[in-house]
Write a protein that binds this ligand. Structure first.
Ligand code: FAD
Length: 320
């Protein structure tokens, strides 16, 4: 069994920031990532634009130069990839961590390829792997997807976009502009308040002019091969439909955290327990970093405000 002093689970922006900081401190470390470098960002919509400006996504003050103030997905891939390659960070790609078990002072880490022991572990596994499902009949039909990539596919099709947050609004606008007949199905009474400030007026105007249809206060009853049945305060409707993008958000892998023994809050938020000054969990020498720290509140932590976790954690490890 291989021993590595510090294992970082997850090679997203924050896992990479932790790896970079560990390297600077001269530690024996390895990032283990189940997909390619920054797997989540790689799987974001092709034309996605960040709401943060590029300097706010920078790691360790390494300049992030983008064409516009707010970078696009491909520019972020370029940036984080160059950090990994130029600094020759230790990262194992396409290797999934299945279990982390602590016995006395040693962590035993099992992946789908190897087994390791380590003295410290950082969990930076993000939230993009598990969609929030609606649990309605028909959600598993092949025409339904919880991930959106590209608008071309939906041209000339009747597309229902479920949700009213940034992802749903971006997808609705892009697909409408590439010739899809878009209907938004929104659970609440309006388009999300946190939608990017320069995009919100665009979607509201498209709805008001009738280019994009919308139903508010919707309960989805059933998704069928050629239609969707919904309930609204105005009554029940059947909407003709070819494809569904159910962009209802994502959640961290709580089962993974619980199996490790990390305590979660008893309420619906499932906040993992950690010391805010060190990011150490209830398990000694096991730390949390990045968006995973917010439990079901996945909007609390993002790259901009969690990149600091790397320095906090590595300070705690090296001071011990
Ligand atoms: C559409 C969209 C737009 C966004 N825009 C912004 C923005 O403008 N500004 C901003 O600051 N934030 C933004 N965010 C949020 C931001 O992308 C996330 O907060 C960020 O990715 C968090 O980084 P992370 O490293 O914590 O997690 P992630 O980037 O999700 O990385 C986690 C990594 O862990 C890997 N992993 C998971 N489980 C395992 C396992 N068992 N074994 C090995 N590897 C594993 C995953 O493959 C993944 O690569 C946006 C998010 C979305 C969805």
């Amino acid at each position: 069994m291989k021993h590595i002093d510090l294992i970082i689970v997850g090679g997203g922006p924050i896992g990479i920031a932790c790896g970079l900081e560990a390297k600077k401190k001269g530690l024996d470390y390895c990032i283990i990532e189940k997909g390619p470098i920054t797997n989540s960002l790689y799987n974001y919509p092709l034309n996605m634009q960040f709401f943060s400006s590029s300097e706010k996504l920078e790691i360790d003050n390494i300049p992030f130069i983008s064409n516009e103030a707010k970078p696009k997905r491909n520019e972020a891939l370029e940036y984080y990839r160059r950090i990994v390659t130029s600094n020759d960070l230790n990262i194992n790609l396409f290797e999934k961590v299945n279990t982390v078990l602590k016995k006395q002072d040693t962590f035993y880490i099992k992946t789908d390829k190897e087994q390791y022991t380590s003295s410290h572990v950082i969990i930076a596994t993000g939230f993009y792997d598990l969609p929030n499902t609606m649990n309605v009949p028909g959600e598993d039909l092949p025409k339904v997807s919880h991930y959106y990539k590209d608008p071309h596919f939906f041209a000339k099709q009747k597309l229902a976009v479920i949700g009213a947050s940034n992802s749903a609004v971006d997808a609705a606008l892009e697909c409408y502009r590439k010739g899809a007949e878009v209907t938004m199905l929104v659970r609440g009474p309006e388009i999300g308040k946190r939608v990017k400030y320069w995009v919100r007026p665009d979607i509201i105007n498209r709805i008001e002019e009738g280019s994009i249809k919308v139903f508010y206060n919707v309960t989805i009853k059933e998704i069928l091969p050629k239609k969707i049945d919904i309930q609204t305060p105005q009554g029940e409707f059947s909407i003709q439909n070819d494809f569904v993008l159910a962009l209802t958000g994502y959640k961290p892998n709580f089962e993974f955290l619980q199996k490790i023994g990390i305590q979660l809050s008893n309420d619906a938020k499932l906040y993992p327990q950690y010391n805010e000054e060190t990011m150490e969990t209830n398990i000694k020498n096991l730390y949390l970093a990045g968006v995973i720290c917010g439990g079901m509140d996945t909007h609390i932590w993002f790259i901009e405000n969690s990149r600091i976790h790397a320095k906090t954690i590595l300070k705690s490890i090296t001071e011990k």
